[in-house]
Ligand binder design. Structure first.
Ligand code: CMC
Length: 393
């Protein structure tokens, strides 16, 4: 079996070669297919970036129009999915609902269970996923608030359609605010891929068993849900609200985060790979100021976040450990300003990350990677004599 080395959390283990996302943690550089994240966030749309990640090149005008047309063709979901949605209690966390609805696509499109489908068939599943995830996400929210669901409006762009499905009320006109739609689109771009993180590795490892693409993506959504990963954006706002409710003493919470006997961590701080700064956090911090300014929102929580960041960045504990704000630190503040409820933040992360998961799944498949199957070093008992129940102590 050879020599097995243990690497908890796979901190120093490369699981694959990849040509999708370049990440330089020392210098805070992030590029998708060679393009700087800063430039993509400023100049591209989310669907353009999705195309880039999945097919490897920025689309031509024709390719882009064809791709968006394909996406809008598939935004509607099977009516029976509403029955599945109705089965969830109205207080269900939308992440659980989202992963379940995505997994239910295996039942509506059972051909996805065939690992030997051709590229065209696989492509249809990819389009279906990108097209339907905003519908599922908005429906998960509607279920939570107990309102009737809205159907997609294919005359709108990707984010405006999502906003309408989220916020339109029966018999009321709803025109998505272009400032809100643009800000959302930019956030989705910033979340679109991040190489072999926890959820992406999950998607690749589930996919490596040749499970359906829908099952693999559903597994990724569940991995993203945790507070140490995508769930951090929800946890950051809950933390900032707790600081505000407690009187706004940021130092008290910094001390708690430093206390090794206290499980509390400064949410939205620290990263496995970035050890200088997270380039996404830089863009998002600036966007938070811009968006709140444009919308005329004055959120006291932004002030607390800035104070907390400043205090942490000059605190030896955080400096020595290279702990900086990550993508989740300021994103929640923008989502709040856009009117998105807190427990939908991670759902938005999932919508943004979907093209990355798909691109990584596709790469894993194209590389013909073997099934993901780590080894272990066994440290338990190896030789015990069976004791019948009446003789056990
Ligand atoms: N607050 C306080 N201490 C921290 C924090 C934090 N947020 N993050 C790391 N540390 C300490 C940790 O206790 C350890 O200290 P020591 O060396 O004394 O034991 C040291 O820094 C190294 O931390 P680690 O846990 O070994 O680092 P990791 O690479 O395993 O974890 C992380 C990375 C992101 C899980 C972690 O920094 C963390 O829990 N951050 C808070 C949650 C968060 O914001 N997650 C979002 C990550 S970015 C986007 C995403 O993935 O979704």
């Amino acid at each position: 079996t050879g020599l097995i080395t243990i690497d908890p959390g796979y901190k120093n283990t490369g699981s694959t070669t990849s040509s999708i996302t370049y990440l330089d943690g020392e210098n805070g550089i992030l590029k998708y297919r060679g393009y700087k994240i800063e430039e993509l966030a400023e100049k591209s749309t989310f669907l353009e970036v999705a195309y880039l990640l999945i097919y490897g090149e920025l689309p031509s005008q024709n390719q882009y129009e064809k791709f968006t047309r394909e996406i809008t063709t598939h935004t509607l979901v099977h009516e029976d999915i509403k029955k599945i949605l109705d089965g969830f209690p109205s207080n269900s966390h939308p992440m659980g609902v989202l992963s379940s609805l995505i997994c239910s696509l295996t039942a509506f499109y059972p051909e996805s269970l065939d690992p030997n489908r051709n590229e065209e068939e696989v492509n249809l599943s990819i389009v279906r996923l990108i097209a339907k995830i905003p519908t599922f996400a908005a429906w998960a929210f509607k279920n939570k608030v107990g309102h009737p669901v809205n159907y997609p409006d294919n005359s709108l762009d990707y984010c405006s359609n999502f906003l309408k499905m989220m916020f339109a009320l029966p018999a009321e006109r709803y025109d998505p605010d272009p400032v809100v739609a643009k800000a959302l689109d930019q956030l989705l771009i910033l979340h679109a891929d991040h190489e072999q993180n926890c959820s992406t590795s999950t998607v690749r490892i589930v996919g490596s068993s040749q499970a359906s693409i829908y099952a693999s993506i559903s597994a990724g959504i569940n991995a993203l849900w945790g507070p140490l990963h995508g769930g951090a954006n929800q946890a950051v706002i809950e933390m900032l609200e707790a600081i505000k409710a407690d009187g706004g003493d940021t130092k008290k919470f910094l001390d708690k985060a430093k206390d090794k006997n206290d499980p509390f961590r400064l949410m939205g701080f620290g990263h496995r790979v970035y050890k200088n700064f997270d380039p996404r956090a830089k863009i998002i911090k600036k966007a938070a100021d811009d968006v709140l300014g444009k919308l005329g929102v004055n959120d006291p929580i932004l002030g607390i976040a800035k104070e907390l960041e400043e205090a942490a960045l000059s605190d030896p504990y955080f400096v020595e450990r290279n702990l900086y704000p990550n993508v989740d630190f300021y994103s929640g503040i923008i989502y709040r300003a856009l009117g998105i409820p807190t427990d939908m933040f991670t759902v938005l992360f999932a919508i943004g990350r979907l093209p990355g998961w798909i691109a990584q799944w596709k790469e894993m498949r194209q590389n013909n990677e073997p099934i993901g199957r780590p080894r272990q070093i066994f440290i338990g008992e190896t030789n015990r004599e069976y004791v019948s129940m009446n003789k056990r102590g």
